[in-house]
Design a protein around this ligand. Structure first.
Ligand code: GCU
Length: 453
């Protein structure tokens, strides 16, 4: 299913999309040196990595692994209180992720400046106020500019809580077809669900803002000289230092700059901003939330390897695949873990735990075994001790819950949907119910009702 969707996206990208929306060749395909590229009887991708590793989908062959303990300091002492977690262990883990996994943001990262370029007080048939905000990085006239499309519930009492989503294509997002928007006719409709159910989001009392990830940094091989990373390189330098940012760090940094803008917007309560991303952007939002505690809540959809699933589990995609196929998304240093997963000083439960005390909602899909949904669930379970140390709840169940049964009673949330590598309507519903507990929006009701008055 996933490969069909990828093919469809590529074909549509080549044939239908206007130039501004065209996908870069390496954007959605797995560029691989591996000779073996097939699917198994269940449609799961089977890859032979350069290490000779072949994708495994047999739970009995996942192998034994020992996860690093998030509550043990580098010097071997235990973390027994919140103060030691925040002052010592958390910085230790962040440094490990900075140095070896996603790469640190260099000190000369560009400044961002904001400009509200358009305001439409009658968007979505009067349901929302739309602002198009341009976030410019650096001061080169032709430098990168991010377009943030921000929708605020027109009838709400402002400031409102906000859902900020990093998207592949849907910017501006596709409104609910029941609420036609003039912009819809001009814009490309993404062939599968990516953007949220806008009408419902707005009616629930949230603002909704989206930006496109490649406006911060390109998602392709050998493209470091462009985007925000390019602005930080010295003349003649073709890539960042081995411990400096790859694209995931750059996208996460871009999300923080969008939050800087939201902090400056009096119509938004910037203390109630949830950050949302799918797949590689699901990896990005977990890393953004780990670094920037201003994000109040994180929704990471189908983030899989080096995102939400445990890397030490040999199931679906592995480090041997991702580090070779998508090297630009990581720090140069990450390459040393190809074939050496167990030597990695961190694993995903720690990335999730770095988001504490903020709640995190994670999803997986039955048709997305490449992302190892069980490994995603187990990573959340293993993040639990950190949440509990801080007086919060972990996920709750420790046995893999049945499909289509959201788990949203703890401070970590989970949904395993029946379906593909995508954010499905059922994920949005579970996420919004989870988010309501924390962000406490005031529903404005459907267009025409007077709930907010
Ligand atoms: C590839 C990659 C995944 C990633 C996905 C995506 O499939 O192997 O790790 O999550 O692309 O971003 O769509």
């Amino acid at each position: 299913m996933r490969s069909h969707i990828r093919c469809l996206v590529l074909i549509l990208g080549a044939v239908l999309l206007p130039a501004g929306f065209r996908i870069q060749a390496a954007d959605s395909t797995t560029v691989t040196n591996a000779p073996l590229r097939r699917t198994d009887a269940h449609g799961n991708p089977v890859r032979r990595a350069i290490t000779g590793h072949i994708s495994n989908y047999d739970e009995s062959r996942v192998g034994h692994y020992t996860l690093p303990d998030p509550l043990v300091l580098a010097d071997g002492r235990s973390v027994r209180d919140a103060k030691t977690w925040f002052n010592v262990r958390r910085p230790e883990l962040l440094k490990l992720y900075d140095d070896d996994i996603y790469g640190r943001v260099p000190a000369n990262a560009p400044k961002a400046t904001f400009k509200v370029a358009e305001i439409d007080t009658n968007a979505l048939g009067g349901l929302a106020v739309h602002k198009l905000v341009l976030i410019k990085f650096g001061d080169k006239p032709d430098g990168p500019v991010l377009q943030l499309n921000e929708y605020l519930p027109a009838k709400a009492t402002w400031p409102v809580p906000m859902l900020l989503q990093i998207v592949f294509f849907s910017n501006p997002p596709i409104p609910d077809p029941a609420v036609p928007s003039p912009s819809q006719t001009r814009r490309f409709r993404f062939p599968f669900s990516e953007a949220g159910p806008m009408t419902n989001i707005i009616e629930r009392g949230y603002g909704y803002a989206t930006f496109r990830y490649t406006e911060v940094q390109s998602d392709s091989r050998d493209s470091f000289q462009s985007g925000v990373i390019g602005l930080t390189l010295k003349p003649g330098q073709t890539k960042p230092a081995p411990d400096e940012w790859g694209a995931i760090s750059a996208w996460a940094w871009g999300a923080s700059r969008a939050l800087d803008y939201l902090e400056s917007d009096p119509d938004v309560d910037a203390k109630r901003v949830a950050l949302i991303g799918h797949s590689r952007l699901g990896k990005t939002v977990l890393w953004a939330g780990a670094q920037d505690p201003r994000f109040a809540l994180i929704f990471s959809s189908c983030a899989g390897e080096m995102g939400s699933s445990l890397a030490r589990r040999d199931y679906g995609e592995t480090i041997d695949d991702i580090a070779v196929n998508f090297p630009w998304q990581f720090a140069g240093n990450f390459q040393k873990y190809i074939g050496h997963w167990n030597e990695m000083p961190v694993d995903t439960h720690e990335l999730i735990a770095l988001n504490a005390p903020h709640p995190v909602f994670i999803t997986g899909g039955t048709g997305d075994q490449w992302s190892d949904p069980r490994g995603e669930f187990l990573a959340e379970v293993a993040a639990g001790p950190v949440y509990r140390l801080l007086g919060l709840k972990g996920l709750g169940p420790t046995n893999f819950p049945p499909v289509d049964t959201p788990v949203i009673t703890g401070d970590l949330g989970w949904n395993y949907h029946t379906g593909p590598h995508a954010i499905l309507p059922s994920d949005w519903k579970a996420f919004l119910d989870f988010a309501d507990k924390y962000l406490k929006p005031k529903p404005v009701g459907a267009l025409g009702s007077n709930l907010a008055q």
